[in-house]
Design a protein. Structure first.
Lengths: 97, 487
């Protein structure tokens, strides 16, 4: 782990969050400090240690493939910012050819 | 003593004998909430009409001899991270400010199946990210013991509401200490069960490998009653475990310490722990020893890696879980967007608060190409080492005791400008989540400033019964504490 310098514009883009110039400066500084604190991890010998994704691993929990009642469309859509014809509506994604 | 400070067992006796009705009890909590919540600020919303109607039904059931269970007629508050059909579910975030839940969390369904009554949504740090409740987008919650101080977090409202007598008990969620730390700072009992004991269906996800729902209560027995109600396998949460749930409250033993071994991890009694807190916790441990236990100093050598491991794993999981809040399906959508990508960026920028953005960005960073191995994968490996520390320790001792929080409640605004200092306030609790173990915070005294101190007891996985018995034994030995917050 090298001395971390966070490329805030790139990471904010990955996170899909628009940041103001002030936020960029503040987060860069704070995340730099936090990552600096994280450097103690690099000193630990983890060779041969298995990673834990969960405290208690559970694998392949299946249920019978039986149709069950689902949420009515009207309820599934009741929190949508915009909906019409039983569908969620969003700004245009693809331009006309 | 006022009704609103009685335990669930005491209230059930009064209800059973007909001395009070559930409607009268509901009114007592409504009056108390209206009298003090202007100062405490624990509630985001309360459903007075719904509570009174549900209480009337509860009275009718009792009159017919059809009590549902040990919570019949008891008003319970919910951290605003749990879904209640027809009620708002905001996670104290602007991005969900208008969201109304179309379904109910399993944990509330289970409480209701024992007669519990939903009474209001309680304030929290936005998306459960924080240790002081100051990250709520909607309001400040104050510590009932000193209104200039924070109640702890992230379940600050759930702890403060019980401490202030605004509800008999509450449910919160604990990802890195979010039940135990505010319980400690507010002087109530708070418990995080073993990962997998309580269904997370209907819990808005923060870090899915760490999140667990648990109770806040006035005493250990009440916590046992709530835990028994909400625990158990649920096909709707594939990480919930098939295990028998004993009647924890009925099986409580007050002689749990006889011939048992308490482990005191030296790393939790070192620098960084306020000396007064340490002294009060050490006194509590010696009280437990007096009940017939042996005390042994142990070592959990990877303790000081908890903060980096936790804040890497939790933020990585959060960056993924919170990707769903994008302005498309159910979140607030920015009104001024040019195209769909712009809509994501602006809706998230306008909807999330400062700490949530910080954590999503940190999580995106540790998962990003080139850093994944150095941060995320390495943190998962060290998580294994932390888990093994506890496994080794539990080969020798029956329960581990530590302070719940390194300090008593701090002042509002004291740590808001320094995220790292805020993160360090979770130092005693987060390893328990990383290891998936059960932990409980029990009140064990007051500082010279009159602020509550909590003793954390950590148990073996799925050994809630013994952990609750240890906690109840200590609580009984300490005796009833008549101190109440001055509100």
């Amino acid at each position: 782990m090298e001395k971390a310098k966070i490329d805030i514009e790139y990471v904010a883009k990955l996170a899909r969050i628009e940041l103001t110039e002030d936020e960029k400066a503040t987060y860069s500084r704070q995340l730099g400090q936090i990552l600096g604190y994280f450097e103690r991890l690099s000193k630990i010998d983890v060779s041969g240690v298995e990673p834990s994704a969960h405290a208690r691993a559970v694998y392949n929990v299946m249920r019978d493939d039986v149709e069950e009642p689902a949420m009515p469309v009207s309820e599934a859509l009741m929190n949508a910012p915009k909906a019409r014809d039983n569908q969620i509506s969003v700004p245009k994604v693809v331009d006309d050819a | 003593m006022e009704l609103y400070y009685k335990t669930i067992s005491e209230l059930e006796e009064l209800l059973d004998s007909g001395e009070i009705s559930a409607v009268e009890l509901a009114k007592a909590f409504i009056d108390r909430k209206n009298a003090v919540d202007g100062k405490v600020g624990a509630f985001l919303s309360s459903d007075e009409g719904g509570l009174l109607a549900a209480a009337a039904e509860s009275d009718a059931r009792r009159a017919r001899g059809q009590k549902r269970g040990a919570l019949e007629g008891i008003p319970v508050g919910l951290k605003d991270v749990l879904a209640v059909r027809g009620q708002k579910l905001t996670c104290a975030s602007k991005i969900l400010e208008n969201y109304v839940s179309p379904y109910t969390a399993s944990s509330l369904e289970k409480l209701e199946s024992r007669g519990g009554l939903f009474w209001g949504r309680l304030n929290m740090d936005e998306f459960a990210m924080g240790s002081s409740c100051e990250n709520s987008a909607f309001k400040l919650t104050r510590n009932p013991w000193d209104l200039s101080r924070i109640p702890g977090g992230s379940s600050g409202g759930a702890a403060a509401a019980v401490a202030a007598g605004e509800c008999a008990a509450s449910l919160g969620s604990d990802t890195g200490g979010s039940i135990r730390q505010p319980a400690s700072l507010c002087g109530v009992v708070g418990m995080k069960p073993t990962y997998g004991l309580v269904s997370r269906y209907g819990l808005a996800a923060f870090a899915s490998s760490l999140d667990q729902i648990g109770p806040f209560a006035r005493c250990v027995r009440d916590a046992a009653i709530l835990l028994e109600a909400v625990a158990g396998h649920d096909p709707r949460d594939s990480t919930s475990v098939k295990t028998d749930i004993p009647d924890y409250a009925a099986n409580l033993s007050l002689e749990a310490f006889k011939g048992k071994k308490i482990g005191l991890p030296k790393e939790y009694f070192s620098a960084g722990i306020d000396p007064e807190v340490r002294g009060i916790v050490e006194k509590a441990v010696s009280d437990c020893r007096a009940l017939g236990a042996e005390v042994e100093e142990i070592s959990l050598p990877h303790t000081d890696l908890a903060i980096p491991v936790y804040y890497i794993i939790a933020t990585a999981e959060a960056s993924s879980n919170l990707a769903r809040y994008d302005g498309v399906r159910y979140t607030r959508r920015s009104p001024s967007t040019t195209d769909v990508i712009d809509m994501y960026f602006k809706s998230r920028a306008e909807g999330f608060g400062e700490e949530v953005k910080r954590r999503i960005i940190l999580g995106s960073y540790v998962l990003s190409s080139g850093y994944y191995d150095a941060y995320y994968l390495r943190a998962q490996k060290v998580r294994t080492l932390i888990r093994r520390d506890f496994e080794d320790a539990f080969g020798r001792v029956d329960v581990i005791m530590t302070p719940t929080s390194p300090t008593t409640a701090f002042k509002i605004g004291e740590k808001t400008s320094d995220p790292l200092a805020m993160y360090l306030s979770d130092i005693c609790t987060i390893n328990v989540n990383l290891a998936g173990l059960p932990g409980i915070s029990v009140p064990c005294g007051f500082s010279s400033e009159g602020l509550p101190v909590g003793l954390q007891m950590i148990g073996k996985a799925f050994d809630e019964q013994n952990l609750l018995s240890f906690a109840a034994s200590y609580e009984a030995a300490r005796g009833f504490d008549s101190r109440e917050p001055n509100l």
